[in-house]
Design a protein around this ligand. Structure first.
Ligand code: ATP
Length: 770
């Protein structure tokens, strides 16, 4: 809807006024910052001049301490001011670019005043502090903008619901102080603006969606009630975008009590971390912590095991069909991912409380000081009702006591004298000084050879036993690998603990034993192993994290979720996923998020479903949704584009030639990010080699740390979560994407496309292609 010229002028004048105000603030703040900086530099330079250092008498020392402390406090206060001013300045610079993107006029019920509320990425008061020139998009009243068309409307505040009438809803695109476009919107947040935003070329970085958040996304962003919030949505429905906006919202809403480092996001891979890392800074917030699940496992178990990463597991699942143990492995993965396996481990722990724990004897200089048998017997003398970790603590104390006694006996042994001979002069000196110190307190001491030898022997033995003691404190005497292995080595026991073992149990068990013996953990074993270890040693929970976000949640097993819940006992969880995209083997093709409901119980769980797909053109969404069996729930956002193409080619060289032409054409049309998506790492390498002579390509592997514009050759499972202007599917043959388990992987690959999708294949075409 175009506005009368006069009104447009009035809007432009307001923008100019606000920008002038912002610029004045910027000048003022820059000056202030300069002054603070100078002050800080000066304090640092003169730090020691202004401190009185005198250490002669106790009183002087106290005075010195007080003076130092004062000086340090002054410095840190100035530094705090500096940081604060700097953040302010950053916000103002962003507002200077584009002070606001929306306006609502709202009349509260019972009032005759209509307020105009302008929304931007941060709030701004006028000079006299009595009027908001800009409201933060996260303020309670701003919710109206996202939730209602003109008409009756309401919003929540901490003091209750405010009702009224929304008189106007307007959107702006402002750059460098000028209104580029402006329109009044009806039902949803302007199709026009959204069209414009979505029609743009993609970037190597994800963008914030603050100006065009949709109502159903807003509900996810502002939800503060549920313990577990599940967001289920089709590819491109804005799950990740909503999650990042939600982080920004939570940081604003709970700014008194919540900081960015109390929020953690589990992402699918490290490249994804780099892809989303600019969104929060763009919104003026610090980034939350980001990690991947494998990184966490490495951190906890990497010292003792080589852990298979999930992508290698994936690569195996996708490529090893012909291998003899393939079926057993797949069965094992499914079995070890289920919560019924967790229950089996629980029963195992109960069993271990009575018998079956395995210990390592404590050995020293080739001799056993305390045998594994002694340790085991001692452990099982403790009250059986005590939890195992508590008994481990008692056992630790007992072992330390035993070691103390043994260390006394060692003092007289020959090896000690041998080592004394070899001591360096410094150690001698230390021993001598210690003796002298002791002598001050004993009256009748004399400096004979015996005493010195005793002191040196004591030092030698202590030095050796330090290592033994610290091992004991870290429970190194508990043989967790053997305990885990025994579950698989003893079939009769396994059958007692689980009444529905998989058909290929013997194969699965033999393989598990073999790998654990080699200090190797398959990905499906890593979380269960860690879980068992924690149940025996005591759970290391993280109590500081308040919000956990899990992106691409369909790739996590129920077992892993149960683990995360235990690991972060004080956190709320936001889980984003789409079961149609589940491409890991353990996810049963018909599974949904139903089982997640049981994690915290239905009362504490809320499910939001996003059905509109924003990423791709209508043509691409229509094309890709045909690939799914249950495709009813996907609606394209109405953005037109060209039809996807599918082309058969007779051989590899023809394939390389056609793809080269296509990519050059796409580049000619201005597409900046182009994904050449392959099924696996092996195929990506092959495609890369075939094309690198003709095109400037980048091969993406698990190790790639970041995204860049240009042509990326990438395995489908690494392309999760990211998007490209144009996608070319390298070879969509039946051989590559024919099995039911490959349907979702193929869907994920094709749905990475925003504007163009081109599919090539050799031989027979994939049955999933429409
Ligand atoms: N409200 C919105 N306004 C503007 N753009 C949006 C909006 N919602 C989503 N988008 C855009 O749609 C694209 C897909 O969003 P996002 O990656 O968050 O979806 P997703 O559900 O996590 O996708 P997938 O699961 O397929 O990786 C992004 O380019 C995002 O900017």
């Amino acid at each position: 809807m175009s506005l009368p010229e006069q009104e447009f002028q009035a809007e432009q004048q307001r923008v100019t006024r606000v920008v002038t105000e912002i610029d004045e603030r910027i000048d003022h703040l820059t000056e202030k910052l300069g002054a603070i900086r100078e002050e800080v530099v000066e304090i640092r330079n003169n730090f020691w001049d202004d401190v009185t250092v005198n250490l002669d008498e106790p009183d002087d020392i106290i005075e010195t301490y007080v003076s130092l402390k004062q000086q340090a406090e002054v410095l840190s206060e100035r530094e705090r001011n500096h940081r604060h001013a700097q953040n302010q300045l950053k916000k103002l610079l962003r507002l200077h670019q584009s002070p606001y993107f929306g306006r609502i006029d709202f009349t509260e019920t019972g009032s005759d005043r209509t307020d105009s509320i302008y929304l931007g990425i941060g709030s701004l008061l006028n000079a006299t502090d009595d009027e908001f020139l800009i409201y933060d998009w996260r303020a309670p009243v701003s919710s109206l903008y996202y939730d209602y068309p003109p008409g009756p409307a309401e919003y929540e505040t901490p003091d209750g619901t405010v009702h009224g009438e929304l008189e106007l809803k307007r959107q702006y695109i402002i750059r460098d102080g000028r209104i580029l476009s402006l329109f009044d919107t009806g039902v949803t947040i302007g199709d026009e603006l959204l069209q414009e935003v979505l029609g743009k070329h993609s970037d190597s970085q994800m963008k914030s969606i603050v100006a065009t958040i949709q109502r159903e996304q807003n509900r996810i962003i502002r939800n503060t009630t549920s313990r577990l919030l599940i967001v289920q949505g089709a590819a491109g429905s804005g799950k990740t975008s909503a999650a990042l906006q939600r982080v920004a919202y939570l940081l604003y809403r709970f700014r008194e009590s919540l900081t960015a480092d109390q929020i953690v996001l589990f992402s699918p891979n490290t490249m994804f971390n780099s892809y989303v890392s600019t969104v929060l800074p763009e919104l003026g917030e610090e980034n939350m912590q980001q990690t991947t699940f494998i990184e966490y496992l490495e951190h906890r178990l990497g010292r003792d095991f080589h852990i298979e990463d999930p992508l290698s597991q994936m690569e195996y699942v996708l490529t090893a069909m012909g291998e003899g143990d393939y079926e057993a492995r797949i069965e094992g993965i499914t079995f070890k991912s289920a919560t019924s396996y967790l229950e089996m481990l629980e029963r195992y722990v109960a069993h271990l409380g009575r018998e079956g724990l395995v210990f390592k004897g404590i050995r020293f200089r080739g001799e056993t000081l305390i045998s594994s048998e002694q340790i085991r017997t001692q452990f099982y003398t403790y009250e059986p009702t005590l939890p195992i970790p508590n008994r481990m603590r008692l056992l630790t104390e007992w072992l330390l006591e035993e070691l103390r006694a043994i260390s006394k006996q060692e003092l007289e042994k020959g090896w000690v004298d041998e080592e004394i001979e070899l001591l360096d002069p410094e150690t001698y000196l230390k021993a001598y000084q210690r003796l002298r110190k002791k002598k001050q307190f004993t009256e009748n001491s004399f400096d004979d050879y015996e005493k010195e030898r005793d002191q040196l022997a004591y030092m030698v033995v202590q030095e050796h036993f330090k290592k033994l003691r610290s091992g004991v404190k870290r429970l190194r005497f508990l043989n967790v690998p053997a305990v885990y292995r025994n579950l698989f080595a003893n079939e009769e026991l396994a059958r007692r603990l689980h009444d529905d073992l998989p058909a290929r149990w013997q194969e699965i068990a033999a393989k598990t034993v073999e790998l654990v013996n080699d200090a190797y953990l398959a990905y499906e074993d890593a979380t269960p192993y860690l879980y068992l270890k924690e149940r025996l040693e005591g759970f290391q929970t993280n109590n500081s994290i308040r919000h956990v976000f899990v992106d691409e949640a369909q790739d996590y097993s129920p077992f892993q979720f149960a683990f995360l819940k235990r690991l972060f006992p004080r956190a709320k969880m936001t889980v984003l996923g789409y079961f149609n995209q589940a491409i890991y083997a353990h996810a049963n093709p018909n599974s949904s998020f139903d089982w997640l409901n049981t994690l915290y119980g239905p009362e504490e769980t809320e499910l939001f479903v996003l059905t509109k797909s924003y990423r791709s053109t209508r043509q691409i969404v229509e094309f890709t949704k045909e690939m799914l069996r249950d495709n009813a729930n996907i609606e394209p956002f109405n953005r037109p584009g060209s039809e996807p193409t599918v082309q058969q080619l007779p051989n590899h060289s023809e394939l390389a030639a056609r793809i080269t032409d296509r990519i050059l054409q796409l580049q000619g049309e201005g597409h900046r990010t182009i994904g050449l998506i392959c099924k696996t790492a092996a195929e990506s390498r092959q495609a890369y080699d075939a094309l690198k002579g003709n095109l400037d390509l980048r091969l993406i592997t698990q190790e790639s740390g970041s995204f860049e514009a240009g042509i990326q050759v990438i395995p489908a499972y690494l392309a999760k979560g990211v998007e490209f202007d144009a996608v070319v599917i390298y070879n969509a043959s039946r051989e590559q994407y024919g099995r039911e388990s490959e349907r979702k992987l193929f869907y994920t690959a094709c749905t990475r496309a925003m504007h163009e999708l081109h599919v090539y294949f050799l031989g027979e075409k994939s049955p999933f292609l429409p």
